[in-house]
Design a protein around this ligand. Structure first.
Ligand code: GLP
Length: 254
């Protein structure tokens, strides 16, 4: 695992966008496709903004991009403004030339009885696409990645999960009221995430400093699922100074 810190979340996001864009262009030359694993939340917003800018101002072409999103609340209609479906379309997909058939998002209206087979199919589709080239992650206060809450095992696959109460409280402002936050979600599993060729975990601000310290300086534990990333060579933590405050001695300055 590599830890990189940048002067601002904006410069950090531009660095990640440039890495992705460079690989998109290289894949296009090979007439091949690039597979992105995408996250929601506030952490990847500037990354998506920069990718949209590159598309509009530098002709960055999304025709050869395939995406798989990390998670979705359950139940959750696509049309809801709170859905990750809406988030991804508003922040990225509506502004670039990605092919709709190349976008993979969880359907938060899928009948509960069919979710297991839907999740298996999702993991299978990632394999069929050739695996994820770049996985973008944020981190929750519980140490979750995607919605893999404390207790998630390292070999977990895509599945329906119960949300931790801390996660629900953190989402309450988005929903206006804690009671309105769904108690379940569908998430890509830890195993599916760890299979990606390269993983960028983005974290900004002082409120992430303690969870970053616990997950990446203490022992690997299922109590903090992001700590599984410590053991991976292909992981780069992308931090601003505030998020990196408690792990300063391990930093590579950019
Ligand atoms: C939600 C998402 C996670 C995300 C986390 C952190 O729980 N399901 O994928 O990483 O929030 O969000 P933020 O980036 O807003 O801090």
């Amino acid at each position: 695992m590599e830890i990189s810190t940048f002067p601002t979340s904006e410069s950090a996001s531009i660095y990640v966008a440039e890495c992705i864009a460079e690989n998109m262009r290289a894949k296009a030359v090979e007439n091949s496709h690039l597979v992105l694993g995408l996250a929601t939340g506030s952490s990847p917003l500037l990354l998506y903004k920069e990718l949209v800018r590159m598309h509009k101002e530098e002709d960055l072409n999304f025709e050869n991009v395939i995406t798989f999103n990390l998670d979705e609340y359950y139940p959750m209609p696509k049309k809801s403004a709170k859905s990750y479906y809406a988030f991804m379309h508003n922040q990225l997909f509506n502004h670039v030339n990605i092919k709709p058939q190349n976008i993979h998002l969880f359907d938060g209206t899928f009948p509960a009885s069919k979710i297991d087979s839907f999740c298996d199919t999702y993991d299978q589709k990632i394999i069929e696409a050739g695996g994820i080239d770049f996985q973008i992650l944020g981190i929750g206060r519980t140490g979750h990645i995607g919605f893999n809450e404390p207790g998630s095992s390292e070999d977990s696959c895509t599945r329906l999960v119960d949300l931790n109460e801390i996660t629900r409280k953190d989402a309450a402002s988005d929903f206006g009221d804690l009671q309105k936050v769904p108690s379940k979600a569908i998430t890509m599993g830890i195993e599916s995430i760890l299979k990606a060729n390269k993983i960028y975990l983005l974290a900004w601000g002082a409120e992430k400093a303690e969870v970053i310290r616990k997950c990446f300086l203490e022992e690997v534990t299922s109590k903090l699922p992001a700590s599984y990333l410590q053991e991976q060579r292909n992981v780069e933590l992308i931090l601003d100074p505030a998020a990196a405050k408690l792990i300063q001695s391990n930093l590579i300055e950019n």
